[in-house]
Design a protein around this ligand. Sequence first.
Ligand SMILES: [Zn+2]
Ligand SMILES: [Zn+2]
Length: 108
Amino acid sequence: MTRTFGPRRPQAVPAKSREELDDLVRRLKADESRNDCYRERSLKLHGWICAKCGREFDQENLHLLTVHHRDGNHNNNPADGSNWENLCIYCHDDEHSRMQLGDYLRKS
Ligand SMILES: [Zn+2]
Ligand SMILES: [Zn+2]
């Protein structure tokens, strides 16, 4: 019997089976769609209305209604919608510029 005492070759990583890969792809896609659909969920939870100016939206102009993350963290998407606020793009823009202004004022 021959034994090799040289440096051990790194263990070959077992090739992932087709099934494992499929599963991985499924999980990644599920993650993606979870992120994608928070807008839809927020619209469902809070209604098609801007939380700030009260402007109401319909199919025609719904693309102007956006979801704002109260804590600024787009990855924080609790299922109860507590981190979301539906804002029209104008109020949303305003909200962010005020936040930046706030930071600016605090720093100076
Ligand atoms: Zn608004
Ligand atoms: Zn925002």
